[in-house]
Design a protein around this ligand. Structure first.
Ligand code: 13P
Ligand code: SF4
Length: 303
């Protein structure tokens, strides 16, 4: 059954001149059929560069939306229309306007895990792998970081010369990881290095040996001489961690963090959208052009 669906996807991909992009958090079987697997920054760059006519985006809605904003002449298909990142909506109405009034020099820095509406109101987008670099490069002293409070706090610590103002958004999955759970794993695996995503709370980050995006976590694990790692992020990264490091061991806290929205993507749904063209991302042209500016600024400053 699985082999026949894999064959079907390969045939449809050729027929439609399609490319499959997948985030590290989707199911391992989905990562296996992807042409490109990566963190949010890498996937945004690929979405802009690809020569394919159709992009099948295996991830949550803000990712497909960003791909369409960057590449409007392409068809962007979402295998699951209802895969959303709850954090992407977590900025109160009027909050950005209120902050702009209070701080005339304000730069609004928008984590890519956000809606196009929020991007449109922002000066620059960032991902977890380039946020520090981009905030450092900004002219403004006052920076409003939206929507993620934890990533914002982490950036503020790395860039003390800026006044980084925080918003109260969060990733429910990373927020569930506690420092107590990490300490339990440390007791069980005393030689393990702790690698954490900056969406984790400050208490969890305080337990970490290294902090970085999913791609950076993979790079730390690969380049380290350590053999065991405690991974503080969503479980999907395990697939690529193990693929790149078959001789190393990776442990997750209990209960294991699973992003249910990312896991909604299946091989069957990929085949279905390729076959039918359903779930194509549509975006109002005015909104797209406005949201494109902060995304392009990210690509320029982040590279
Ligand atoms: P990165 O892909 O930047 O590591 O971000 C993780 C994430 O939560 C994506 O939704
Ligand atoms: Fe959003 Fe968290 Fe899922 Fe990433 S892991 S898509 S931030 S809910």
């Amino acid at each position: 059954m699985e082999n026949s669906i894999l064959r079907e996807i390969q045939t449809l991909k050729k027929e439609k001149n399609a490319v499959i992009l997948a985030h590290y958090y989707v199911d391992g079987k989905v990562q296996e059929v992807a042409d490109y697997i990566g963190d949010s920054f890498y996937l945004a760059k690929i979405a802009k560069q690809t020569q394919a006519s159709v992009i099948v985006f295996c991830g949550v809605s803000f990712m497909g939306e960003s791909a369409k904003i960057l590449n409007p002449e392409k068809t962007v298909l979402m295998p699951e229309r209802e895969a959303h990142c709850p954090m992407a909506y977590m900025v109160a109405d009027g909050k950005i306007e209120e902050m702009r009034e209070k701080y005339p020099d304000l730069a609004v820095v928008c984590y890519i895990n956000s809606t196009a509406e929020l991007k449109r109101k922002s000066d620059v987008c960032v991902t977890s792998s380039n946020a520090v670099k981009i905030v450092k490069a900004l002219q403004a002293k006052n920076v409003f970081f939206i929507p993620d409070e934890n990533l914002g706090r982490y950036v503020a610590e790395q860039v003390p010369e800026k006044n980084v103002l925080l918003n109260d958004g969060f990733c429910p999955k990373h927020k569930e990881i506690t420092a107590g759970q990490v300490r339990i794993e440390k007791q069980k695996h005393p030689f393990a290095k702790v690698l954490a995503h900056p969406e984790c709370t400050k208490e969890v980050l305080a337990e970490a040996d290294e902090i970085g995006s999913t791609a950076e976590i993979l790079a730390f694990a690969k380049n380290s001489s350590a053999k065991e790692f405690i991974i503080c992020t969503e479980h999907g990264v395990y697939y690529e961690l193990k693929k790149q490091n078959p001789d190393k061991e990776f442990y997750f806290v209990e209960p294991c963090p699973i992003c249910t929205d990312m896991k909604k993507i299946t091989l069957e749904k990929i085949a279905h959208v390729l076959k039918t063209g359903e779930n194509a991302v549509e975006i109002d042209e005015g909104l797209r052009r406005a949201a494109l500016l902060p995304l392009e600024k990210m690509l320029e400053l982040g590279n």
